[in-house]
Design a protein around this ligand. Structure first.
Ligand SMILES: Nc1nc2c(ncn2[C@@H]2O[C@H](COP(=O)(O)OP(=O)(O)OP(=O)(O)O)[C@@H](O)[C@H]2O)c(=O)[nH]1
Length: 365
């Protein structure tokens, strides 16, 4: 998952390490008498590691200069005292340019890429970065913060929300055709069952021939009740019936499918508004496929503008190497990605965990 992007982020780390290599001698030349003014450039490898080590790790002799080829403990103390590891703007110029290109190539939306670069630049050129040991770690920390900043936008605890909401909880799923809405509904029904919540499926896709049969197969396999009307019926009425069924049978969650639609399809968007009005769902989740990259990002934005969503589900993450949609959607819509679809099986759904995703992108799984 997202392997292409992982490689590109790793290249950025290597680029910065290379460009700061040239500055590796700088700590030796710094004015050790005036730590506050000294320019302790980071270098890669052992030298930087020693230069930036916290003073506590140097033992009892931390205030004593020594004669070894390693940076002196006095220098370490100086780096610690200033709390500064300075990377020059020029060290970052080329790597940041390459990072921007890499993010855009990976389908990261422009404003998101810019925000990531801005955070990385601020973090790395800032004066407050303390006690990191190598340039690689500094880059990793900067990328970690920058990615998390955009990926974690709007996150909330989905399970807690289900637990606390008055039952039945109604969730309506929207998105374009064929991205995996129906499969996602079936997977979520299983996900909820594993956590002790019962659910009923309601097929609000009264538009497409064969839609009842398709969701019906999932309902049969999972042994869930399906509420459906004939093709051409009113989707709001189907989901409403689903809610009544849930109320009458003490079911916790109503999962309402809708027809795949484009945001430009006025009739179908009006239908969504009607569902909103009649059913007043607790959550509207936008479903799209990670492999659609930039298209998925644009659609998320447009759906959110047309009929506010509460969150997104990204399917087919298992087949996506770019990661652009996963990184961009929350920042662009202000609404969180809540789940990732990771395969065709009912268990192939995982709660979207921004921190885990960032760790995985940075190769720290
Ligand atoms: N690899 C992979 N395939 C998936 C995933 N989610 C769904 N699919 C597949 O994507 C295809 C389309 O899924 P559907 O659930 O039929 O899509 P839909 O959005 O409901 O389609 P319409 O009802 O036509 O709008 C199916 O073959 C699914 O098995 C996923 O996370 N990973």
């Amino acid at each position: 998952m997202f392997d292409g992007l992982k490689d590109k982020l790793n290249s950025f780390r290597e680029d910065v390490e290379e460009s700061t290599d040239a500055d590796a001698d700088a700590p030796e030349e710094a004015d050790v008498d005036d730590p506050a003014e000294s320019d302790v450039s980071t270098g890669s490898g052992d030298r930087t590691e020693a230069t930036a080590s916290p003073v506590e790790e140097t033992g009892d002799d931390s205030s004593e200069p020594d004669d070894s080829t390693e940076p002196s403990t006095f220098q370490r103390a100086k780096a610690f005292a200033t709390g500064r590891i300075i990377i020059e703007e020029e060290d970052l110029e080329d790597p940041l340019w390459d990072l921007e290109m890499a993010l855009l190539e990976s389908d990261v939306e422009m404003s998101v890429a810019e925000r990531i670069l801005e955070t990385v630049r601020e973090t790395m050129l800032g004066e407050s970065r303390k006690q990191v040991e190598t340039t690689g770690e500094l880059v990793e920390a900067a990328l970690h913060d920058a990615l998390l900043d955009v990926i974690a936008v709007g996150q909330f605890d989905f399970e807690e929300r289900i637990a606390e909401a008055e039952k039945p909880v109604t969730i309506v799923f929207t998105g374009v055709n064929g991205v995996g809405k129906t499969t996602t509904i079936a997977k979520l029904s299983e996900w909820l069952a594993e956590r002790g919540y019962s659910s009923v499926l309601a097929n609000g896709d009264t538009y497409r021939a064969g839609a009842n049969e398709q969701i019906g197969e999932h309902a049969d396999r999972l042994d869930r009740q399906l509420i459906s009307h004939d093709q051409g019926g009113d989707p709001a009425a189907v989901i409403y019936d689903g809610i009544e069924y849930a109320q009458a049978n003490d079911i916790d969650v109503v999962l309402g499918d809708t027809a795949g639609r484009l945001h430009t399809s006025d009739d179908l968007m009006a239908q969504l508004e009607k569902i909103d009005r009649v059913v007043d769902p607790d959550m509207t989740l936008f479903v799209d496929e990670a492999v659609a990259g930039q298209d998925a990002v644009n659609r998320a934005k447009e759906f959110n503008e047309a009929a506010a969503i509460d969150g997104a589900v990204l399917t087919k993450a298992d087949a996506d190497s770019s990661g652009g949609a996963a990184i961009s959607i929350a920042y662009v819509t202000g609404k969180p990605i809540l789940f990732l679809g990771t395969g065709q099986g009912y268990d192939d759904i995982t709660r979207f965990d921004p921190e885990a995703l960032v760790d995985s992108l940075l190769g720290k799984e």
